[in-house]
Design a protein around this ligand. Sequence first.
Ligand code: GP9
Ligand code: MN
Length: 630
Amino acid sequence: MRFIHVKNRRMFDGLFNLLANNIDVILFFSIVYVKLISYEKSISSGYMDKSVIFPIAASILILISFSFLFKEKNRTSFLYIVDIVLSAILVADLMYYRYFKDITTVAAIRNAKLLQGVSSSVGSVASAKDLYYFLDLFILLPLGRIYKKRRKNSKPLPKRILSFLIIFALGIGINAGVFYRVSKEQPTLLTAMSNRIYLTNMIGNIDFHLVDSYNYINNAVKNSKDLPEERVKDIKAFLQKNNSSTEESNFKGIGEGKNLIVIQVEALQGFVINQKVNGQEITPNLNKWVNKCMYFDNYYYQVAGGNTSDAELMSNNSLYPAQSGAAYYTYSGNKYDSLAAALKDKNYYTAALHGNSEGFWNRNVMYKAQSFDDFFGEHSFNVDEKIGLGLSDKSFLNQSLEKMKNFKQPYYSFLVTLTSHFPYEAVDKYGDFNVGEYEGTFIGKYLKAIHYTDAQLGKFLDNLEKDGIMQNSIIALYGDHFAIPKDNAQQLFKFENESSSDDYTWFKYQKVPLLLHFPNDEYAGVNHRYTCQMDLYPTLANMYNLPKNYMFGKDMLNGNSQKVIFRNGSFIDGQNLYVSWSNTYYDLKSGTKVNETEKLKKEKDEYTKELQYSDDLQNHNLISEFSQKK
Ligand code: GP9
Ligand code: MN
């Protein structure tokens, strides 16, 4: 009895000593944990992922592990300094968030002019509550002093290294599991960082900054070596050849002096045009406008890790998406010879409009880099109706029209819609479109969502016509990318009565509609030429008499190239489809497999090179170099 009592007492003393000896670590963990959770709550507006507690705990453990490398009395000072730095980062992040609705990145800090918006209005983005983040520092300072005095002797170095290794491994282990889960759910999120708030909601603030820094350094190292002279010459020669316009005469200059309105529609996939469900047209309004427009029914999207932002990049610059990640993020410090910049040189007013938070896809940075005069993001609209990610298409298009009426003419308006966004659920209660047997299915939800957006686009286009704006404008409307991901392909094939589900069939549906509208519905008709998002800018450049210098695409209204190169190396040449992941060629019309010929092999090598040229150009900011030398 007495023996057990003594044993218990010893255990209790041991535990007490362990806690007392590590009180600085325990306090640090608890306080930083509370700060990180409170930060997470501030940026998540109600949809915080509960499991974020694991990466948050793991990242604190990793920080703590390093403190064990110090002698005990220095350990406390180390933790104290880390606490100060972390609190400062969190408060800076909160202020940035209040302004941009986004998380600060190394790229944004490096490009200091982007922070002007925040720094010039620190008063309006700072909050008294932010002081809470520093409160503990005042209480901990005297406590730390007392503790330090008590801790005269220290554990030997090997023991401290062991503690470091155990805690570090624990933190890394938990984080590895979390990162695995994120990359399973969204394979490109960690490298592309498309939705930084969502990512921070999954991995926490510290991990976000670590991943961001890693991506930043990784890219910088990759691009730090100068390109060999020969390579630069090759790229120059390629661009000169691709952009020379000797034979171009169709439609040349027909847009000069006219407004340009480009509408990029979220997830508008080609198969819905002129298609019915349950006996009703899915997109009755676009179907009507298809007949009044030059309609390209073989227009392919080519987006990669940058998704919507890649569609914007290609349509406005005729540059390929980045090999990995999002160009809108990786190449935000580059110089661009964009559509907006070229039109500005012709005294156009240029504006980009989108109803989501300004920071999404780094738009606040990238629209500036592409020389738009103004960006009207969520802050510039009255958010009177929110569906899903942001302002509803209905309200967005109505308010955009009112804004456009006040734009100085001629203008270039670039509108990006939002409501018909994956997973197409938010829009359900805003319409009564009956999709019959598809009710409740993934494809059924999409059809409802795109039916809603079609109605809003119809009203917008009708108003442009009614208000006489169309009379003096050229309009381009296209879908940004697929709506039905590969995971759900079977539903699409079933809907389209496809008996096969091979790669050829998959590619058949990777098209988005492109509608070009000219005053008085001139040039209306269907154009079956194989074209793609890379071709929009060269086509518009010819119509608006803009210089063509650094475009990789082709003018769809001149010449006869039918080249479509996808970011993964797959391509279409007008006769054949090449699928890179299976190294297989198909006849484009019949879908039968064909063997590789000398000609096809040559094309494949040429197109791979073309993608590499675009990568080199962007990795080494060559537009800046070339335009200085000119
Ligand atoms: C967000 C919108 C959606 O603003 O552009 O982007 P996505 O997820 O489609 O790439
Ligand atoms: Mn999109």
